[in-house]
Design a protein around this ligand. Structure first.
Ligand code: URA
Length: 452
């Protein structure tokens, strides 16, 4: 690779010139091998933040970051790889349902070599800010190992059709360095840098297709629809340019998705659904799961349309095929599947309290981000990276936005490891769970679909 001069690259971006692929590749390589200083990287990030990146620059940055370390190679499996990524929400547990649904479709349609016809190589994250993390939820299952080697990851995929792990230290190291510096330089909220960060990690999974769930609303990182729409468009363009069939759905994040938000309680809700029960408060979760899985099945060629995919996903849930796959995946990753015989007995928070309606009217959730922070303060999330999380902390919602409620009706139950952790989150929820005289406007959960 031709040598680049970091100051020149920074100057070009600062002055609004377009960076060449070589400049971007050389810069990312220098960031990764630490020959470029943190001060230079910080200046580069700020220049990108202020100037933005055009489609070619964004594709080059994403690609250079993707290959900055080891990449999962799915080609020996000769299967169709598809994943879903959410930009983060409260109570968003669709990954726990989607992985086994797609795995069930894959094992029903094996390749001539006996590999599931569809595989979901899911590399997930931990809780971030007010949003929950798939790894923290899965790790509440005794024995469940999210730190598999890539060789074992491939083996589980070969047998089960899906595997859910955390990022390895060697996967996309450039993102770890860049993300750390973005956090310290106020350059996190750039749609261009977010796109390169998310897409470099997802494309390192060697994906044939990707469905993005871009959340919008008071509980999302992107609260304004125009920001979410730009991010969705950039991610779809970047995924498509990298050769993956990519679709983004803009979806509503105005209240916790489903019935629970937390760690084990979210697993509990998913197991309940996988075992064939459909609690009315889980309907939004089941619907969004089927929409996202429906798109994945469509992109994988198992359904002629996303609508047909929706019906197939729902059938795989209803027949217990997805539950069978769930048990296989959990067992293959070392988890104790016996707890799913009586999952409710495993939920043992030491303390709980309930918020009740004080007046009559219609429920509204003013600020869903505040609900996420309340869940985090109960112990389900982290104040800083590396903090432990509580398995049993979380909330159970008893009513949804727009529901008519009367005085004394329970709205939310809070769970924590001790009484002292309940008071502040209870007040936070009291401030945001409001009863209003008029029913708030109802909006569909899927706002739009963004395609290439
Ligand atoms: N999640 C990521 O992985 N990267 C970002 O930049 C933002 C959210």
């Amino acid at each position: 690779m031709r040598t680049i001069h970091p100051q020149q690259v920074i100057k070009h971006k600062r002055d609004g010139l377009m960076l060449s692929e070589q400049e971007i590749q050389g810069f990312v390589q220098g960031v990764t091998d630490r020959s470029i200083t943190d001060a230079q990287t910080a200046a580069f990030l700020m220049a990108c933040f202020l100037r933005g990146l055009d489609a070619g620059e964004l594709a080059a940055l994403t690609s250079a970051m993707r290959v900055s370390g080891e990449v999962f190679d799915a080609s020996p499996l000769s299967t169709f790889t598809v994943d879903k990524h959410s930009t983060g929400g409260v109570g968003d547990k669709t990954s726990l349902l989607i992985a086994p649904i797609l795995a069930a479709a894959g094992v029903a349609n094996k390749t001539p070599a006996g590999v599931p016809g569809i595989c979901v190589p899911m590399i997930s994250g931990r809780s971030l800010g007010h949003t929950g993390g798939t790894l923290d939820k899965l790790e509440t299952i005794p024995g469940f190992d999210t730190q598999l080697t890539l060789a074992r990851f491939a083996e589980v995929l070969r047998h089960c059709g899906a595997c859910m792990i955390g990022q390895t230290p060697r996967l996309v190291p450039a993102d770890r360095i860049l993300y750390g510096l973005r956090d310290h330089t106020s350059t996190v909220e750039s749609p261009y840098l977010i796109t390169a960060s998310i897409m470099s990690k997802k494309l390192a999974e060697s994906l044939n297709a990707l469905v993005l769930d871009v959340k919008v609303g008071s509980g999302a990182f992107m609260q304004r629809e125009e920001d979410a729409r730009l991010l969705a468009r950039l991610m779809v363009e970047t995924g498509t340019a990298a050769g993956a069939r990519t679709v983004a759905l803009l979806t509503k994040m105005a209240e916790p998705l489903g019935r629970y938000a937390g760690n084990w309680v979210e697993v509990l809700e998913c197991v309940d659904i996988l075992q064939g029960r459909r609690h009315p408060l889980s309907q939004d979760l089941i619907h969004l799961t089927n929409v996202l899985a429906g798109w994945m099945l469509h992109l994988a060629g198992d359904a002629a349309s996303p609508e047909e995919g929706y019906l197939l996903s729902n059938k795989l849930l209803a027949t217990g095929a997805a539950y069978k796959s769930w048990l296989e995946i959990v067992a293959a990753q070392g988890g104790d599947i016996a707890i799913f015989d009586h999952p409710e007995t495993f939920h043992k928070p030491a303390a709980s309290t309930t918020l009740f309606a004080e007046t009559k009217g219609f429920l509204n959730v003013i600020d869903c981000t505040e609900v996420g922070w309340a869940v985090q303060r109960l112990g389900a999330g982290r104040a800083k990276p590396g903090d432990p999380v509580s398995a049993h902390a979380g909330i159970e919602v008893h009513a949804k936005i727009g529901e008519r409620v009367k005085p004394g009706q329970p709205l939310v139950t809070l769970f924590a490891e001790n009484e002292a952790l309940l008071a502040e989150p209870l007040e936070m929820l009291r401030a945001t769970y409001q009863i209003e005289p008029d029913r708030p406007a109802d909006k569909p959960i899927v706002r739009d679909v963004i395609r290439a």
